[in-house]
Design a protein around this ligand. Structure first.
Ligand code: GLN
Length: 192
């Protein structure tokens, strides 16, 4: 049973834990650098990226997290995706730059501040999980404005990438822990 860390300083970490347990992985809630070490991979959940950054600084966890990402896979959802990006706008913000993507925060605007929608992931995603439409929950989500040459888009919504992997890492701008579809976590576990 692989141990998967979930950064548990702030935000939606518990739902990720339940999802991992359903898929046969052991969730480890991470609040310190020591807790990080036993984890074969890490999830950075949704929440508020500015608050998360402040807490990461307060706990001296930002550098250990970035160093961990040099060795092990990290999956960032929503605020977690913002922390993994190389460029953050609206407003600009420090990030770990573990993935060569640019994100604009809260960029879907008021109309879809929060919404449940559907899209069909790309064939590469379906090949490692299962084909078919996916229900997705967006909550004050960032838009991925640029994906670098090493990135691979696994799903789009309204033409914009919403699920992207680059090497060992992966980001989603939606919340796969809030629907019953287990494929996104399954895909991440397949990257271990
Ligand atoms: N709007 C949040 C931010 O900018 C992200 C929202 C989320 O994680 N659901 O950090």
């Amino acid at each position: 049973m692989p141990k998967i860390g979930i950064l548990a300083l702030q935000g939606d970490f518990e739902a990720h834990g339940r999802r991992l347990a359903v898929l046969g992985a052991e969730p480890v809630f991470v609040r310190s650098a020591a807790e990080l070490e036993s984890a074969a991979g890490l999830i950075i959940p949704g929440g508020e990226s500015t608050t998360m950054l402040k807490l990461l600084h307060a706990e001296d966890l930002l550098e250990p997290l970035a160093a961990y990402g040099e060795r092990r896979p990290i999956f960032g959802t929503c605020a977690g995706a913002i922390l993994l990006a190389s460029g953050v706008s609206n407003p600009e913000q420090e990030s770990m730059a573990l993935m060569d993507i640019d994100v604009e925060r809260n960029a879907y605007g008021r109309q879809i501040d929060s919404r449940v929608t559907r899209f069909t992931p790309e064939a590469e995603f379906a090949a490692r999980t299962n084909p078919g439409e996916m229900e997705a929950v967006f909550i004050r989500a960032p838009v991925i404005r640029r994906v670098g040459p090493q990135g691979r888009v696994l799903a789009r919504y309204q033409g914009d990438p919403v699920l992207v992997e680059q090497g060992r890492h992966m980001v989603a701008t939606f919340h796969p822990e809030l629907t019953s579809d287990t494929r996104v976590h399954q895909y991440f576990l397949s990257k271990l």
